[in-house]
Design a protein around this ligand. Sequence first.
Ligand code: NOJ
Length: 449
Amino acid sequence: MTLKRSDFGEGFTWGVASAAFQVEGAWETDGKRPSVWDDAVLRGRVRGALAGLDGIDAFNRLDEDLDLIAAMGVGANRFSISWPRVFGDGRGPWNPAGGDYYDRLIDGCLARGLEPWVTVHHWDLPLALQREGGWTRRGIVEDFAVFAAELADRFGDRVRNWMVFNEPLSVIGHTVIGVHGSYGPHPMAALSSLHHMNLACAEAGRRMRDVLGDAASIGTTNVFTLAAPFHTTDERLRRRQRSLEALLVDAFLDPAAGRGYPFADSLPLRLMRRYVLDGDVEAAAFDYDFMGVQYYGPLPMTRLPLIGGIPVPSLRGAEANVRSATAIPVEPDGLLELLRRYQHHPACRRMVITESGFGMNDRLVNGEVRDDLRVWYARNHLEAVRTAVREGIAVDGFFQWSYADNIEWQLGREARFGVVYVDYDDDFRRIPKASYRWFQQLLGEGAAP
Ligand code: NOJ
């Protein structure tokens, strides 16, 4: 079936997305201080030895990358600002040389007709703040809010669209499984971090609003991981699914909407009560202009026959027949399902798909990359969004993750997500893949097969 740009309406935003640590490199340039992810690389937590520190050398290829993004036909470029590049070890002072890079990036977008969409924080916490306890320390709420307000002040004259935080859930994943490494596997650290991130997002939102006023659009992003199968009649399974979704999704959306935490639905969440002080329900609320929806696939659940049929999450779930290189099962219907379900949540009155994409081990053959599977993935997920739009659900943007291959966190260079291939053996050469041409067709010519 043909997919048409016009199916999504005039005001629909088309963009690509990336994050500072994953692309920039230049980790020590011009006074940049180390982040937890630089540290993770240095301590051997990122595959590919020290290569992660180079990103994809985007810091030095700003114009080339922006030209490629503009030529793809999108109208928006989502990127994040590295806290330790612009604000030292976390509390300033402002680093003018680091700030200059983002000035050039923002101006470069605008000069090419690309709307900059800025993520305030995409996981690269200043290492010095981590050493003070990172997100487990309540004082980080204030540190983060000061940083966010500073960005609004410096860039708000040119940036209208903001996302306060990228997928807090994933930071917690890293905390519990110790990928960030700095504070190791520690479940209680995960719960205090969760609450402090919620408080930080809301406080940052308020401070940014004070600086930017109502003309700015201030959102945030979350990963929406629904438990599969989506419509089960098995009551026990459904209860278990509900409890997981409360922990994975609603624990971020409900506080934003001023509802506090869904304690009734999730046993582990109840352990968090000790961190929730008087006034925190109000303090964790912020009226976002949009919710950034990030979706890669569902969390399949099955009943384990051996231990009394207890339903457990299992990546080997029956639903999955295609998996990405990050082991996430592919289920485009999940995107439609979550948009349908969450359209009624007060934190999701307007939704933007701030990330969707497919990780695989692309190969460069005779100078070309035929990533047909990624095209298939994009088409199917866009069809889900189109159905949502037709149903009248308020979703009005789609950002492809990512414009180019980059450092996939702990997997390093091993999972490629770009529509542009990066040849690490040839000085980071950029080579547009088949998926890039497919987007060009959809966005430039108005339709793609
Ligand atoms: C979500 C994260 O925001 C992004 O940084 C990551 O690379 C993608 N998922 C793919 O795993």
